[in-house]
Design a protein around this ligand. Structure first.
Ligand code: NAD
Ligand code: GLY
Length: 362
């Protein structure tokens, strides 16, 4: 059974459908949103081989004129060159102002195709079909779209909310376990920033393999994560304040990804260590308890996420944190936890504290 929740943004509100075997309903759901009459289905080669035909058949059966653009998998696809390919495919496919783009894949495809939809003909409508856990609980919801430049990640982008999000839980069956675990890091994050009950659900399941093979539990986790994200985005769509809480664990996590050249850690893996680092900074500044930090560590370990800090030069990590685009000049600003479910954002943290915590982690 699918469950539906709505991201409340006035006349730009949209539904998120969550459940097994939803791809066959894609065409009818697009019709229900008044989309059409033509669309461009954007995906990567791996996801295309698994789910491309099913989506296109559903769109065509519902009467849509559909063409497909298939790109190589991987972060390097989130580029200017891929964007140019999509514009080309959109023109060749005869896409007009009333047409729409369907993003079928993980966060790479969602961000890239979303940005193409935000900019082609000054903006056309967008459907997100996330097929990784990370995309279901984070990137497909909330409207952030964009591409990378050679100089850095996500340097060009736009807020462009989708008209529909379809999270088909059955697609997660083919997801490599490491990608699944990386998505679980973001789920743990929602437990810290809004709802500690999520930790109880994960702990009761015990380990990553059990969580990732239990479709009912995945449905509950995806739904609760999307509810939390939708509520934050409703209050602060363009990250003027509150939306920053979604970045708990990301200040240090992004630095770790950057210093290790985006090759050693998946994003969620870096966020796992980033959350542990933020928990330890929180112990110093907000009174977050050592028991809760140890509980977070046990949970992340059980979910096959990294909890051991690597041997890296502090100066490089500190420089990378300084360049985080969420920080203002001077002190690095952190999202800190008071207790599971309660966080503060925009907390300036002095260099001495950052460095002492780093040495304490190792
Ligand atoms: P990804 O899109 O690269 O997908 C990971 C891998 O899994 C790819 O090789 C893909 O082909 C494969 N895959 C996807 N679905 C599959 C399935 N069902 N079965 C088998 N294989 C499958 O990675 P990701 O982790 O989903 O996304 C990372 C991207 O998301 C980054 O670029 C990051 O910047 C972005 N992001 C955006 C936001 C946002 O708010 N817009 C939030 C978080 C992350
Ligand atoms: N992933 C952070 C955000 O959407 O704001």
């Amino acid at each position: 059974m699918a469950s539906i929740l709505t991201v409340q943004l006035g006349d730009r509100s949209y539904p998120i459908h969550i459940g097994p075997d939803l791809l066959a309903s894609l065409g009818d759901l697009c019709k229900g949103q008044g989309l059409g009459p033509s669309c461009l289905l954007v995906t990567d080669e791996s996801v295309d081989a698994l789910y491309g035909d099913r989506c296109e058949q559903s769109l065509r059966a519902a009467g849509f004129r559909s063409t497909r653009a298939v790109l190589p998998p991987g972060e390097s696809t989130k580029s200017m060159a891929s964007l140019a390919r999509l514009f080309d495919a959109a023109v060749t496919g005869g896409l007009e102002r009333s047409s729409f783009i369907v993003a079928l894949g993980g966060g790479v495809i969602g961000d890239l195709a979303g940005f193409a939809a935000a900019t082609y003909l000054r903006g056309i409508r967008l459907v997100q079909i996330p097929t990784t856990l990370l995309a279901m609980v984070d990137s497909a919801v909330g409207g952030k779209t964009g591409i990378n430049l050679p100089q850095g990640k996500n340097l060009v982008g736009s807020f462009h909310q989708p008209s529909l999000v379809l999270a088909d839980l059955s697609t997660l069956r083919s997801l490599p376990p490491r990608e699944g675990a990386a998505g679980l890091a973001e789920v743990v994050k929602y437990g810290v920033i809004a709802d500690p009950e999520i930790w109880n659900w994960l702990e009761a399941a015990g380990d990553a393999a059990t969580v990732l093979s239990d479709e009912a539990l995945l449905g509950k986790l995806v739904r609760r994560s999307c509810e939390i994200k939708a509520d934050v985005v409703r209050q602060d769509e363009r990250e003027g304040g509150l939306r920053a809480i979604l970045n708990f664990g990301h200040t240090f996590g992004h630095a770790l990804e950057q210093v290790t050249g985006y090759t050693r850690y998946l994003h969620g893996e870096a966020v796992s260590l980033g959350m542990l680092y933020a928990a330890r900074v929180s112990m110093r500044l907000t009174g977050f308890s050592g028991d809760d930090t140890r509980r977070m560590e046990r949970l992340l370990r059980a979910l096959q996420l990294p909890v051991e800090f690597p041997d890296l030069p502090w100066a490089e990590l500190r420089t990378a944190m300084g360049r985080d685009k969420k920080s203002t000049s001077g002190a690095v600003r952190f999202v800190l936890a008071e207790r599971p479910g309660v966080v503060r954002f925009g907390c300036p943290v002095e260099d001495a504290v950052l460095e002492e915590v780093w040495h304490g982690c190792r």
